[in-house]
Design a protein around this ligand. Structure first.
Ligand code: ADP
Ligand code: ADP
Length: 226
């Protein structure tokens, strides 16, 4: 199956800036995919549109075949999103944040508790479950965002610069966690401006520059051409 299909996507912001000039892209189910490019290239705009945080100007987006315009609810059910900025209620407790999120997807309280425990343990946050989110360090908040995005077990996980500002040790443990999630069948797409991150994690990549896709290939081929 095709996890994500983007066709002729355009975004012009209200100030007239053309952030996306018609990009097309396909990510297959099971892939670990990187959207690479310099700052300002349009990576966050692309993921923002896929996760319904940004309105597109033109084009088509399908998530596991569900059209983001006409089948939005189904499209969103398939998706877990880790935006760059922390956007949880920092006064809410860690465990409650996950239970609340699971509730949006109609998951029973019992199952929500089981999954929350599983992901918080995996991400080293179980001991913090009763803390208010604002008490967590930056790296812990980042991991909480990932746990929250996974609690409804989406088929496609998208992460915008997941390891920005994270120290090297935590970065490596986040990488191995993401590899494990991918190995269990979840398709993953991330944006990064670190080639090293894409290199250690991703099978396929697209390079975006000034709102256009300038390369779309496998990581292996990209490394041969460098
Ligand atoms: P949309 O076209 O999706 O409605 P807007 O153009 O209204 O988006 O901008 C959304 C938000 O992004 C605004 O709050 C705006 O202040 C902020 N913003 C404006 N310029 C930039 C920029 N260059 N980078 C990031 N955010 C910006
Ligand atoms: P990247 O994630 O690759 O760094 P972005 O998608 O955040 O790039 O931004 C692409 C371009 O669009 C940048 O030039 C940015 O300044 C601009 N931009 C982002 N958000 C807004 C906005 N709300 N209003 C106007 N311009 C924006």
């Amino acid at each position: 199956a095709i996890a994500l299909a983007i066709h002729s996507l355009q975004k012009t912001y209200n100030n007239g800036f053309e952030a996306l000039k018609g990009i097309s892209l396909e990510v297959k189910e099971g892939d670990f995919f990187a959207l690479l490019g310099p700052n300002g290239a349009g990576k966050s705009t692309t993921l923002g549109i896929v996760s319904s945080l940004v309105n597109k100007t033109a084009g088509e987006v399908k998530v596991f075949g569900y059209d983001l315009d006409s089948e939005k609810t189904m499209a969103k059910m398939q998706l877990g999103v880790v935006p760059q900025e922390f956007n949880f209620n920092t006064f809410e407790r860690v465990l409650d944040i996950l239970i609340t999120q699971a509730g949006y997807y109609g998951i029973s309280r019992k199952q929500a508790l089981e999954r929350s425990e599983f992901y918080l343990k995996k991400l080293g946050l179980w001991d913090k479950r009763n803390e208010a989110a604002r008490m967590l360090s930056g790296g812990m908040k980042r991991r909480l965002m990932i746990a929250r995005a996974l609690v409804h077990e989406p088929k496609l996980l998208i992460l915008d610069e997941p390891t920005a500002g994270v120290d090297i040790e935590l970065r490596r443990s986040m990488w191995s966690f993401l590899q494990e999630i991918n190995a269990r069948g979840t398709t993953i797409i991330l944006t990064t401006h670190y080639l090293e991150e894409a290199e250690s994690l991703c099978r396929n990549i697209a390079i975006i520059d000034q709102g256009r896709i300038v390369e779309n290939t496998s990581m292996k081929r990209l490394l041969q051409t460098l």
